[in-house]
Write a protein of this length. Sequence first.
Length: 413
Amino acid sequence: MQGSTWSDGIVGLLTGLGLPEMLALGIAYGIGAFILVNFGMISALLLIWITRKAISRMQDRLGPNRLGPYGLFQTVADAAKLISKEIITPSQSDFLAYNLAPVLSVFGALMLLAVVPFAPGLIGVDLNIGVLFVVALGSIGVMAALMAGWGSNNKYALLAGFRVVAQLLSYEIPMVLSILTVVLLTGTMSFGRIVEAQSLTIGGLNLGIGWFGVMMPAAMLIFFISSLAEAELTPFDLLEAESELIAGFHIEYSGMKFAMFFLAQFVNAWILSALMAILFLGGWQGPGVGLPVIGPILGFGYFFVKAYAVYVLQQWVRGTFPRVRIDQMMYFAWKVLVPAIVGLIVAQAIAQKLPFPDPVIYAIIFVANIAAIWLVATMLQRYIKGESLRTKRSFEPTSLIGTMQEAKEYAMY
């Protein structure tokens, strides 16, 4: 565990008052946990408002514009409405699984905030195994959704719970492997040190040249696509497909319990955006971060600008692309993303063992990432062409088998 400078002042003050060091440290971390939990809950209200306004603009609507300036209080009113609603429990539900699922979903989301470096020295706990901590806690959301589907005693909720296991675990593999590319390059699983490793400057200014997203665009792209699936956003929102599953695994939840699932979903989406900013966009790195007084404030601002920019990009994709079929989603994960990122990791590992100077190794890694992007694009093109041929065959069966050339072309896919 690395030292976290935000707590040093509190611990020093409390020990100066005569408290034991362990008790002072516990109080300091308790204060930090209280701040992080409230930050997550308040941020969820802002994230919902941003989502509504962003998607409404994309769909040529105004969005919330009645309560408060620019509709800022609309989300607060909706939260108050959900809290005041009656909580209805299905009579045949599994009591433990049904009631524990929303608590686990919120717990897993808020716990991830503990290892997010918001600014230089401003991090809950800078763990040496921060990456492993995030990967482990990320599975709690899968458990919560599956417990909600199983405990609700509803066939649609149960089907959505089964989809949770298929989707989230499938896309967790390319996401973790894309994070592994950064771990291989830096040699650490501490998010604080990963951000510090992206501090390459030109003329004393950090202009983003050393950000890992510049060197490894394919890994960043795969992480972003996987984050859409992990956050259950379109085009990977099959867990809550209204036309198929009505409301997904939380169909039988109402009132505060439904609000807890809603809160966890938006907090998870923001944390994934923050992780992308940390791993590939330099985190709090930026011009002027090294200045003595204003530097940490600038770093705090840089981090939030990057994290919210990625979040808005997520919502842009959500409001633009249609939902894919479940077979297309699984094909994309296992036959496109996983082979591409595995090949990228192998190429990077070999490159880092070559007896070349660092600039040459970085150039090799960059070329490997460009090749991975080409591979993904090629495989998608082949799949789309195969899908069009299958569609043509289903609607016009005689036209496809009319010539041997078309039959051979169809057999390729």
